[in-house]
Design a protein around this ligand. Structure first.
Ligand code: NAD
Length: 503
């Protein structure tokens, strides 16, 4: 199978000019075989700033298009995504190494958020607020914000863009997107798909509504520093957020930070162990452990430890690992060698801290530059060493607990605060977990794993996960500016709080 040829054919069908993917300075590798499948030209900072300028001009026109009409463009985008689902899903599998159902699932998530945003385009509601003054009316209105910068990570190369773009577009904003330098091809495909939607929409969609910036973090920095970008939604590591957050704060721009996770699950004495086993297996091994919501820490009550952990180990030993393009394996490759090295480093550190490791070795598949691994389950004596950090690889640290209050404290005793879950049939335990002194994460689930969120809820996490929210619920409010309006329809001018100022 010639993966380079297939990539070019897919891109061609998706509408990308395939001359643009050869001969450049930015190599793109497929983790499936490790081979180079394209070389794109990086943009300069000056080119990035020019693109932002165009997006700013587009914003000035787009903000005047009525919101339900803006929704029509997003409806067309959803239609184009439906038509492109098979090809784009396959391209995600090639560029990131996701198994087919996950590649397609990522595109489905894009379609779902488009549907959500179309409805939202008629529901950008403000409040009417009681005023203390007679003959007055007070209300709030939501206005388009400006150019929305989107920085995305390699592991959700297209869905994260759509979560932001679908909302931003109905909110009246234009979008400048800096995809991961590891996954620019799927971004070019999205750009072409969006262009088709714009063409069908007609002249009311200004040129420059979406600009894609190809390049590494330097281009990301140009986006972060540009004063014409009032909001940057940045998804990636906590390290990236520590740099991007203060830079945005320095110029008082808004940040939606979606950073790393160190997600945990608790298996309680009353848990349905069959259900827990399946949820844990998908949460910890799915996407080869490369989801921000991947299950990384598992606390198991001592009374059920021996009933579930040996079964879990068996699943780790038997899960199929292999090419997502040529086999029906459930676990695909790691993104690259640094990811593999980080995994091995973490396993060594776990061993040095008393961990008993099952799995973790490299699985050969005939490609020297591809990194397939058997997922690792590590029984730890406590929450120490690498357990406290996110390692972006399939490692599950398993720990025994005896006391519920203690395990809740342990659960929350890490830097990240993204996703969490509890397996229990005890209503007191599940309600405690969801309560004010329960899980401190942005996502807290009962009898469901930590990963695989739906678009209807707001997505994001607390603490070192950055505090941002995107996707469903009222996350759209970050993409608009709010104005409070007071209208005086009386003949008097009463001042608030009874202040008098008679001239
Ligand atoms: P990364 O931080 O290396 O890169 C993410 C993006 O940020 C890339 O586009 C990169 O070019 C850009 N970038 C890096 N430094 C920058 C800087 N100083 N200024 C501007 N841009 C910069 O992350 P990655 O390896 O691609 O992705 C994995 C990480 O992303 C994991 O930590 C994972 O948990 C996290 N993630 C979080 C979420 C979430 O919603 N919370 C979703 C997906 C991934």
């Amino acid at each position: 199978m010639d993966i380079t040829k297939e990539t070019a054919a897919l891109l061609g069908r998706l509408g990308v000019n395939t001359d643009s993917i050869v001969g450049g300075d930015l190599p793109v590798h497929s983790p499936v075989t490790g081979e180079k499948i394209a070389a794109l030209k990086s943009m300069s900072s000056a080119e990035a700033n020019q693109a932002i300028e165009q997006a700013h001009e587009a914003f000035k026109a787009w903000r005047l298009v009525p919101a339900p009409k803006r929704g029509e463009l997003v409806r067309l985008l959803g239609e184009e995504l439906r038509a492109a689902k098979a090809d784009l899903g396959r391209l995600v599998s090639i560029e990131v190494g996701k198994i087919p159902s996950e590649g397609l699932g990522e595109v489905q998530e894009m379609i779902d958020i488009c549907d959500f945003a179309v409805g939202l385009s008629r529901q950008l509601y403000g409040l009417t607020i009681a005023t203390e003054r007679p003959g007055h009316r007070m209300m709030e209105t939501w206005h388009p914000l400006g150019v929305v910068g989107v920085i995305s990570a390699f592991n959700f190369p297209v869905a994260v863009w759509s979560w932001n773009a679908a909302l931003a577009l109905v909110c009246g904003d234009s979008v400048v997107w800096k995809p991961s330098e590891k996954t620019p091809l799927t971004a070019l495909a999205c750009e072409a798909i969006f262009a088709r939607a714009v063409k069908r929409f007609g002249a009311d969609a200004p040129a420059g509504l979406l600009k894609v910036l190809i390049g590494d973090r330097a281009i990301g920095e140009a986006l972060v520093d540009n004063p014409k970008v009032p909001l940057v939604s940045a998804t990636g590591s906590t390290r990236m957020g520590r740099e991007v957050g203060p830079r945005l704060a320095r110029r008082f721009a808004r940040a939606v930070l979606e950073l790393g996770g160190n997600n945990a699950g608790i298996v309680c004495p009353s848990a349905d162990l069959d259900m827990a086993l399946r949820a844990i297996a998908f949460g910890a091994m799915g996407t080869a452990g490369q989801r921000c919501t991947t299950l990384r820490r598992l606390f198991v009550h001592e009374s059920v430890y021996d009933a579930i952990v040996p079964r879990l180990k068996k699943a780790y030993e038997s899960v199929s690992v292999g090419s997502p393009l040529e086999t029906s394996a459930l676990v695909g490759p790691l993104i690259d060698k640094p990811a593999y090295d980080n995994m091995q480093k973490a396993l060594q550190a776990a061993g040095a801290n008393g961990g008993k490791v099952t799995g973790g070795a490299r699985v050969e598949n005939g490609h020297d530059a591809a990194y397939y691994v058997r997922p690792a389950l590590v029984e730890m004596p406590g929450q120490v060493g690498p357990v406290l950090e996110e390692t972006f690889a399939p490692i599950l640290y398993v720990m025994k607990y005896s006391d519920f209050d203690e395990v809740l404290a342990q659960h929350n005793a890490v830097g990240a605060g993204l996703s969490s879950s509890i397996f229990t049939r005890d209503i007191q335990e599940s309600e405690r977990f969801l309560s004010a002194d329960g899980s401190d994460c942005g996502i807290a689930n009962v009898n469901i794993g930590t990963s695989g969120a739906e678009i209807g809820g707001a997505f994001g996490g607390e603490k070192e996960t950055g505090g941002g929210r995107e996707s469903g619920s009222d996350a759209w409010k970050a993409y608009m500016r709010r104005a409070t309006n007071t209208v005086n329809y009386s003949n008097a001018l009463p001042l608030a709080q009874g202040v008098s100022f008679d001239i």
